[in-house]
Design a protein around this ligand. Structure first.
Ligand SMILES: Nc1ncnc2c1ncn2[C@@H]1O[C@H](COP(=O)(O)OP(=O)(O)OP(=O)(O)O)[C@@H](O)[C@H]1O
Ligand SMILES: [Mg+2]
Length: 328
């Protein structure tokens, strides 16, 4: 059995899986309510809440899995990227847990976790594939070789897709987290009445960019007449469509340039219904991360740990948290 712990941002998560990859439990304690009043994640509040919650969340993951705690043979933990204070809570807890029980510890990169969330799909990718990872902090095209080696072939020049959703939501006067709120408002709008230019349209460089779109939305919101609710919904629909168009175009370009025939979609923005539907039109076998593992969770950390080398007791005490991923 493997116990996985994830505390990189504002969700305290623990999961239990068998050593052959059967998920037995996945607990996500969201801190959204603690941060909502501030319009975004407050790092110090996140760290303190992780500290309050991590022990109980791990105990719940073990209880829900219905296993004897003694059957846990390995511990996996997200070591980065993310908020350092938040990560250190999970890393320190995992070190203490593993050390006290004489267990090996596996350090997992959060982005490898998002890629591994695809193994929880009904029909996971088999062999080499391309992954569109769109989350709150990253927008990447990751080429995954048949042996699982990950290579980033495209990244954002400025904001991440999730950040674009969150900043767009703020401009439209919506709450935090912004992605789901903007997507909901967009369902009441029409792209026939409003549109934004797709970023980097017609260019064949593998990169993403969202900051120009955000500026365009900001200008459009300023021009909106007070009380024009339909206009606001139309802007949300047009803004979402431009983000989705851009993601779909770059993913298609990535498939053409790499010759891969399978595309995976992972990360928080992978929960977006419009993006999920539009990617169905891409000429590739599409693997969508299940909705419950798009956002942060420890199930994906357990999956990422399955075939990974563990640190022994001697070396894992030196394990440190890090803010930037080599894949990022
Ligand atoms: N339905 C949705 N439509 C669009 N965006 C969404 C939706 N649901 C969630 N998001 C966005 O996903 C992001 C959160 O994803 P995730 O939890 O993977 O990010 P993160 O862990 O903070 O960043 P990273 O994984 O890059 O470190 C937020 O920006 C949120 O607005
Ligand atoms: Mg994430």
């Amino acid at each position: 059995m493997i116990l996985a712990i994830e505390t990189s941002c504002d969700e305290t998560c623990a999961a239990v899986a068998t050593s052959d990859g059967r998920l037995l439990s996945s607990i996500v304690a969201s801190q959204v309510a603690d941060h909502a009043a501030f319009g975004g994640v407050v790092p110090e509040i996140a760290s303190r809440r992780h500290l309050d919650l991590v022990g109980a969340v791990v105990a719940e993951a073990i209880a829900v899995a219905g296993i004897a705690e003694a059957s846990i043979a390995r511990v996996a933990v997200t070591a980065g990227p993310g908020l350092i204070g938040a990560l250190l809570v999970g890393v320190s807890f995992a070190k203490g847990y593993a050390y006290a029980r004489g267990l090996p510890l596996i350090a997992i990169d959060h982005l490898h976790g998002h890629v591994a969330s695809l193994t929880l799909a009904e029909e996971p990718p088999a062999g080499a594939h391309l992954v569109l990872l769109a989350s709150g902090g990253h927008t990447l095209l990751i080429d995954v070789a048949a042996d699982g080696t990950c290579t980033t072939i495209a990244r954002s020049m400025d904001d991440a897709a999730g950040e674009a959703f969150d900043k767009g939501a703020r401009l439209l006067g919506l709450g935090y987290p912004g992605g789901p709120a903007l997507a909901e408002l967009a369902t009441h709008g029409s792209t026939a009445r409003r549109s934004f230019t797709t970023p980097l349209a017609g260019r064949d460089d593998l990169a993403f960019s969202f900051s120009g779109l955000k500026t365009a939305l900001s200008l459009a919101v300023q021009r909106l007449a007070a009380g024009d609710e339909q206009g606001r919904a139309d802007l949300a629909a047009a803004y979402q469509e431009a983000i989705v168009d851009h993601l779909v175009e770059r993913a298609s370009l990535g498939l053409r340039q790499t010759g891969r025939s399978t595309l995976g979609l992972a990360g928080g923005v992978a929960a977006n219904g419009c993006l999920r539907a539009r990617l169905e039109t891409v000429p590739a076998r599409l693997v969508l991360a299940p909705l419950d593992v798009c956002g942060d969770n420890a199930a994906m950390i357990a999956m990422a740990a399955l075939n990974r080398q563990a640190l022994d007791r001697g070396s894992f005490l030196r394990l440190d948290a890090y803010a930037r991923s080599p894949l990022g």
